[in-house]
Write a protein that binds this ligand. Sequence first.
Ligand SMILES: NC(=O)c1ccc[n+]([C@@H]2O[C@H](COP(=O)([O-])OP(=O)(O)OC[C@H]3O[C@@H](n4cnc5c(N)ncnc54)[C@H](OP(=O)(O)O)[C@@H]3O)[C@@H](O)[C@H]2O)c1
Length: 322
Amino acid sequence: MKTRKLGASDLDITRIGLGTWAMGGDEWAYGWGPQDDAASVAAIQKAIDIGINWIDTAAVYGIGHSEEVVGRAVAGRRDKVLIATKCGRVLQGKGPTIVGRLTAKSVREELEGSLRRLGTDHIDLYQIHWPDPEPEIEEGWTEIARQVKAGKIRFAGVSNFSVPQITRLQKIHPVASLQPPYSMLRRDVEKELLPFCGANRIGVIVYSPMQAGLLAGRFTKERVAQLPDTDWRKKNPHFTEPALSANLALVEKLKAIAARKGHSVAELAIAWVLRRPEVTAAIVGGRGPEQVEQTRGGADWDLSPAEIAEIDKALAERQAAG
Ligand SMILES: NC(=O)c1ccc[n+]([C@@H]2O[C@H](COP(=O)([O-])OP(=O)(O)OC[C@H]3O[C@@H](n4cnc5c(N)ncnc54)[C@H](OP(=O)(O)O)[C@@H]3O)[C@@H](O)[C@H]2O)c1
């Protein structure tokens, strides 16, 4: 699998990283329905076996559970994989409400927790999950810079930040990467953030390239209706009418384009976000080894101009549908 340097950092990452949000399980506010830990471990090990060299997680996913599963899966193979995790979303009191917190003390405590759960003495990429609360971003970032000096963090990045917010942090410590949402159904990053990151050598690792699985080809109206109440997608506007029918019609058109090249539509969705030169890599969520296997082909598929034009036409028709 091809690799790229993450911005100005020394991290050489494969064009797909494995996303582990769903592996947090469903015992917290943003679960994806029931998830089997054994399948999660197998997915992570499959990813490493096929050459995916980085994993994205966050302390908040399953309130530490995703990190624990990642720690279990990489035990004995830590040197084969780079670990990216995130801080800044914490339980308010005993929960279940999750709030943003970026005080130095909170960041320090979160980092220690992540290191313990992941079974490692360093994080390769440590990211602020959300710029929340906004007035605290400098304090949190300053603490992260301190932990870089202490050797517990190799590189530091941000997620869901705007250009002005990144600019504020750059004055304190270099921002190695941005993790924004990006998919055919969510393109706002194209206007300002991608050009800014490209011009400033900030790596971009995009999340939800298959729009949380909606573009992966396994969704039908029936499946959406049957999603458990503990799956956050059940109430998400992309998965509810009137958007759902138009999105599923789009996926049918995309399937035909992918099939001509012997690829899955999931791989097409991934290849499409990777067509942008500013995008270093895509974070692809997988809940079991078979999904990791079925999406790997997106990493090295360079879409042709004709394929991109055909996808553009399908997207324009989707937009016209409202
Ligand atoms: N920084 C942030 O704020 C933020 C936000 C969101 C995500 N992320 C990161 O980005 C990662 C990826 O994003 P994501 O998980 O939201 O969305 P995604 O990668 O677009 O979609 C992942 C989901 O698609 C489905 N899927 C995967 N492979 C498939 C296949 N071959 N065929 C059919 N369905 C398949 C799975 O769900 P089902 O099988 O249940 O359909 C899987 O959980 C996350 O895991 C997380 O690490 C970060």
